[in-house]
Design a protein around this ligand. Structure first.
Ligand SMILES: Cc1ncc(COP(=O)(O)O)c(C=O)c1O
Length: 319
């Protein structure tokens, strides 16, 4: 993200206000003892939370998939209103609901993590296809393996990890989504891989579709991503960034499509008109269905001609 303007650090725990550094949750809370619960991180741009409703919906989905009760959206919205009161700068808003039913909402400055420009692949055996594990893709509070993957990648000289499934499919980063441009087509890992259904990725897909850039979702191995023209990452609190290296292989870096989409995303988040020509308005989601999901067969079949076939399918689907 973002500019480093002053952000008041606030928390609400079950509806009670605290300065962020003083807010506490009981040690017997299931969120602490077992990492049981779910969370959302929401980008606040010029004081406005971007796609808050979508984050609330995803939080409900995460909890439901874990067989926990859905959150109380009115209580969460009331918390959000209180913690964001008077804030007109960029910030990170977080919602947590634990297995004990504890509700926490915080606002803080955007995170100052290392930008994920040089990635090192890490196995992610916990990223299982959705059809084998209904809990896959939930933003659960058990992020230990994700954080450990980041540390392992940093110990290997990178900025962050690129998580790869046991089958060798590129999935996501520990806290960000990955997509890439090859032959003018935006490629994204299929939701069926069990990745988090990234809201920033949904936004990028919608923006690409709006610029008539074909979008295809599927399963690709690391070599296919290393061969791409532009490799991009994003999250709700990060801009769309170009990756410059994967496992020591230098990538082309920022290209014209990624640069354009990054600008579009920033404008949409800030509620600025997306195009000089005056269309479309930015407050609503850009029109256009983003993705026709595709599951390629084996590793050997991923990429190459399959991609061309899929582009044809996507274009056909739109016609
Ligand atoms: C594992 C994982 N994948 C992807 C993302 C990106 O999701 P979003 O764009 O909704 O922030 C995140 C965000 O934290 C994440 O934790």
């Amino acid at each position: 993200m973002i500019e480093s303007q002053h952000v008041p650090r606030r928390a609400r725990v079950d509806g009670a206000d605290h300065p962020l550094e003083e807010a506490v949750v009981a040690v017997l809370d299931e969120g602490f003892t077992r990492g049981d619960g779910a969370f959302e991180t929401i980008g606040v741009w010029d004081g406005r939370p971007f796609r808050l409703e979508d984050h609330l919906e995803r939080l409900t989905g995460s909890l439901t998939s874990m067989r926990l009760p859905p959150p109380d959206p009115d209580a969460l919205l009331a918390d959000v209103e209180v913690v964001l009161d008077g804030i007109d700068v960029d910030a990170a808003l977080k919602l947590f609901v634990t297995g004990s039913g504890t509700r926490v909402v915080t606002v803080d400055a955007p995170p100052h993590r290392t930008l994920p420009r040089r990635l090192v692949t890490q196995p992610a055996p916990w990223v299982r296809p959705l059809d084998t594990w209904e809990y896959a893709g939930a933003k659960s509070l058990s992020y230990g393996p994700n954080m450990a993957a980041t540390r392992a990648a940093q110990a290997a000289g990178g900025d962050d990890a690129l998580l790869v499934t046991l089958e060798g499919w590129v999935a996501e980063g520990p806290t960000f989504q990955i997509c890439w441009v090859a032959d003018g087509v935006l490629h994204t890992p299929a939701r069926g891989l069990g990745v988090v259904d990234s809201i920033s990725r949904r936004s990028v897909e919608a923006l690409a579709a709006q610029r008539s850039i074909p979008v295809v979702a599927g399963r690709w191995n690391v070599e296919a991503v290393q061969a791409a023209d532009e490799v991009l990452v994003s999250s709700s609190v990060r801009p769309l960034l170009a990756v410059v290296e994967i496992d020591g292989v230098a990538l082309p870096g920022a290209g014209s499509i990624g640069t354009q989409l990054a600008e579009d995303l920033d404008r949409w988040r800030r509620g600025v008109a997306l195009r000089d020509e005056g269309e479309p308005a930015a407050e609503t989601e850009p029109a256009g269905e983003a993705v026709e999901a595709h599951e390629a067969g084996g590793i050997d079949e991923a990429g190459g001609d399959d991609v061309v076939d899929e582009v044809a399918k996507v274009e056909e689907g739109r016609a």
